[in-house]
Write a protein that binds this ligand. Structure first.
Ligand code: NAD
Length: 260
C-alpha cells in the first residue's frame, strides 16, 4: 500500500489513462476524487471503481473554469480533510494543419491543457502549503512534450508548456515539500487516440492501418502501443516517491519512441 490514506484528485479520470490511475491509486490505499467534465461518466466511474463507496468522490469540473476548479478542490477537502496528490490529466486532441487551424479550436485546446494545469495546481497547492505535509503534482504530458508531429500545433505547444510549469512548481513547491513531475506517454489506445486514427487517415491520405503502423507506432522498438497500465504505474511511482530527488523531472513512457 504505497499511498495509504493519501488523498488524490485526478482530472479527466472518467476515461482512459486517468481512470486507470484512479484504479491503481485505490489499489494502493488512496482516497480518489474523479474530477471530469462529464459528471455522469465520473459517477459511473466511481461506482465501478469503489462499489461499496467511501473511498471515492465524483466531481463535475471543467478544468478550464476557475470557479469549478476551486469548488472541486474545496469539495475534496470537505469530504476527505486534505489533498496530497494532484494528477492534472484532463486533455483533448484536435488535429489540423496550421493553415486551416481555427483560432477558437487553438484556444480551446490550450485552455484545457494549460489553464487547466494552472488552475488545478494553484487550488491544490493552496491547501498543500497550509497543510504543511507536502504533496505531489503530476502533469500528463506526452512524447509531444519533447517531440513534434504534423497537424498537432496546439497540442505540441501545450505539452511542451507543461514541462515549464512543472519546473517552476518544483522550485516554488520545494520549500513546502511539494514535488512536481511530468509523465510523457507515447500513443495509448484510449478514446482520445481512437478518434484521431480516422481523422489522421483523412488528413494524410492514407489508411487507418497505415496511421497506426507508419505514424503512431513507427518509431517504437516493438510496434506496440503504450498501455494505460504502463502510464498508471509511473503515476504511482511519482506519487509515492517521497523525497525531492526527482522533482522537476519528466519521464517518457513510450516503448522507445522517444529516448532522452
Ligand atoms: P480520454 O479521452 O480517454 O480521457 C480524457 C478525459 O478528460 C475524458 O473523461 C474527458 O471527459 C475529460 N475531459 C476533457 N475535457 C475536460 C475538461 N475541460 N475538464 C475536465 N475533464 C475533461 O483521453 P486519454 O487518452 O486518457 O488522455 C488523458 C491525458 O493523457 C490527456 O492529457 C492526453 O493529452 C494525455 N496523453 C494521451 C495519450 C494517448 O495516446 N492516449 C498520449 C500521451 C498523452
Amino acid at each position: 500500500m504505497r499511498l495509504k490514506d493519501k488523498v488524490a484528485v485526478i482530472t479527466g479520470a472518467a476515461s482512459g489513462i486517468g481512470y486507470e490511475i484512479a484504479k491503481t491509486y485505490l489499489r494502493e490505499g488512496a482516497k480518489v476524487v474523479v474530477a471530469d467534465l462529464n459528471l455522469e461518466a465520473a459517477n459511473a466511474a466511481i461506482k465501478a471503481l469503489d462499489p461499496n463507496g467511501g473511498n471515492t468522490l465524483a466531481v463535475g469540473m471543467d478544468v478550464a473554469n476557475e470557479d469549478q476548479v476551486n469548488k472541486g478542490i474545496d469539495a475534496t477537502v470537505q469530504k476527505f480533510g486534505k489533498i496530497d496528490i494532484l494528477v492534472s490529466n484532463a486533455g483533448i486532441q484536435i488535429v489540423d494543419p496550421i493553415e486551416d487551424f481555427e483560432f477558437a479550436k487553438w484556444k480551446k485546446l490550450l485552455a484545457i491543457h494549460l489553464d487547466g494545469a494552472f488552475l488545478t495546481t494553484r487550488a491544490a497547492v493552496r491547501y498543500m502549503y497550509k497543510q504543511g505535509t507536502g504533496g505531489s503534482i503530476i502533469y500528463m504530458g506526452s512524447v509531444h512534450s519533447k517531440e513534434a508531429s504534423k497537424l498537432k500545433s496546439p497540442y505540441v505547444t501545450a505539452k511542451h508548456g507543461l514541462e515549464g510549469l512543472c519546473k517552476v512548481i518544483a522550485k516554488e513547491g520545494a520549500a513546502h515539500g511539494v514535488r512536481a513531475n511530468v509523465i510523457c506517454p507515447g500513443f495509448v489506445r484510449t478514446p482520445l487516440v481512437d478518434k484521431q486514427i480516422p481523422e489522421q487517415a483523412k488528413e494524410l491520405g492514407i489508411t487507418e492501418e497505415e496511421v497506426i503502423k507508419n505514424v503512431m507506432l513507427k518509431e517504437t522498438v516493438d510496434g506496440e502501443f503504450t498501455t494505460v497500465q504502463d502510464v498508471a504505474e509511473v503515476a504511482l511511482f511519482f506519487a509515492g516517491f517521497e523525497t525531492n530527488a526527482l522533482t522537476g523531472q519528466s519521464l517518457v513512457v513510450s516503448h522507445g519512441w522517444f529516448m532522452q
